[in-house]
Design a protein around this ligand. Structure first.
Ligand code: TXA
Ligand code: MG
Length: 319
């Protein structure tokens, strides 16, 4: 049986014992294990049913610990780390030799970040090793943003979720790597492209498998509810086509038109992108439990965090 608690001592013991704990972060909950324990890392892949070609993110407690994990840190990487850590930025850097191949899927790079959550920072400080932590969901499904989401996914094959409340940002970190010393964005996330560019200037985006062989795991279908999902510009028009069906609506902001006989989730009453992002996955989890025929999501304005939200919604619509 899984336990939801704030018992840091217990979490530490489990992790030191080569087992897994789900940890809160400001983005989504992670499924964490000791990066140096082959037993723990194998368990992460097994528990998530994640393919071994998809590498994990290493979590460290501060940027001084980076040199234990990565080498040859480009100037702009150091600049981004100083600016955004602790926070929702993952850097892909040349790996230190002591990082096991299982973590990096055999690549010579490693993904690393300092998460911005007091409980998890305290846990990381108390440990002698960094934590590898993918999002705590079965491979391909919606990431968890509450401890209960994690418990619902893994009632029997995980013993502890550290409860850190609702994740503030609500979608995964933004991933940035370096190709010939130039910054490249591999995953849109809870720090916007505009915020990154304000620090290091224009950045190339390569966020799907076709143009990013360097970022395995950026699969087109991901973050997906079990219910068939559509992403549209005009909800009122689209909904006409599905008369008589059980429809769930995922709206950015309140809509003057009433949609009778639908279950509607409004992500932000005040059309605030950050608030909508923080509510997105929980709303998707709720709609997915309603036995709907279809979820229709409204496209977001395609800038700032709207671009990151559209990325997740688009991946949720793929079969
Ligand atoms: O917000 C987050 O980043 C959360 C929390 C728990 O920290 N973690 C997370 O992990 O989203 P995960 O495993 O769901 O996504 C990690 C992605 C992989 O799919 C892969 O695309 C990329 O990070 N990645 C990891 N190592 C990489 C590497 N060496 N090179 C390129 N991409 C890498
Ligand atoms: Mg994930």
């Amino acid at each position: 049986m899984i336990e939801i608690s704030t018992d840091l001592i217990k979490a530490k013991k489990i992790l030191e014992n080569n087992d897994l704990v789900s940890i809160p972060t400001e983005t989504v909950y992670g499924l964490a294990g000791n990066i140096y324990s082959e037993t723990a890392i194998k368990k992460i892949f097994e528990t998530k049913k994640r393919p071994l070609f998809n590498p994990l993110i290493v979590h460290i407690h501060d940027k001084e610990a980076l040199t234990n994990v990565a080498i040859e840190i480009p100037k702009n990487a150091a600049k981004l780390a100083s600016y955004f850590w602790p926070g929702s930025l993952t850097l892909v850097l040349k790996k230190n030799n002591n990082i096991p191949d299982l973590i990096t899927a055999g690549k010579d790079t490693v993904a690393v970040r300092v998460p911005d959550h007091p409980i998890t920072l305290a846990l990381l400080k108390s440990l002698q090793f960094p934590l590898a932590a993918p999002s705590a969901n079965p491979f391909g499904s919606i990431s968890p943003t509450t401890a209960q989401h994690v418990a619902d996914y893994f009632p029997n094959n995980l013993s502890l979720v550290l409860d850190g409340g609702k994740c503030q940002n609500g979608i995964e970190s933004t991933i940035i790597g370096f190709e010939e010393n130039k910054a490249v964005l591999y995953r849109l996330g809870s720090i916007s492209v505009e915020e990154i560019e304000a620090v290091i200037g224009a950045i190339e985006i390569k966020n799907n498998n076709e143009d990013a062989p360097n970022a395995p795991g950026m699969l087109s279908r991901h973050y997906a509810p079990k219910t068939k999902t559509l992403l549209v510009n005009d909800i009122a028009n689209e909904i006409q086509k599905y008369k008589g069906q059980r429809i769930g609506l995922l709206l950015f902001k309140p809509n003057k038109e009433l949609f009778p006989n639908t279950i509607t989730e409004v992500l932000s009453e005040t059309a605030n992108l950050k608030e909508a992002m923080s509510n997105l996955y929980a709303a998707m989890h709720r709609l997915d439990k309603e036995n709907l025929d279809l979820i229709i999501a409204e496209k977001f304005p395609n800038n700032n965090l709207g671009k990151s939200i559209n990325d997740r919604l688009l991946r949720a619509t793929k079969n």
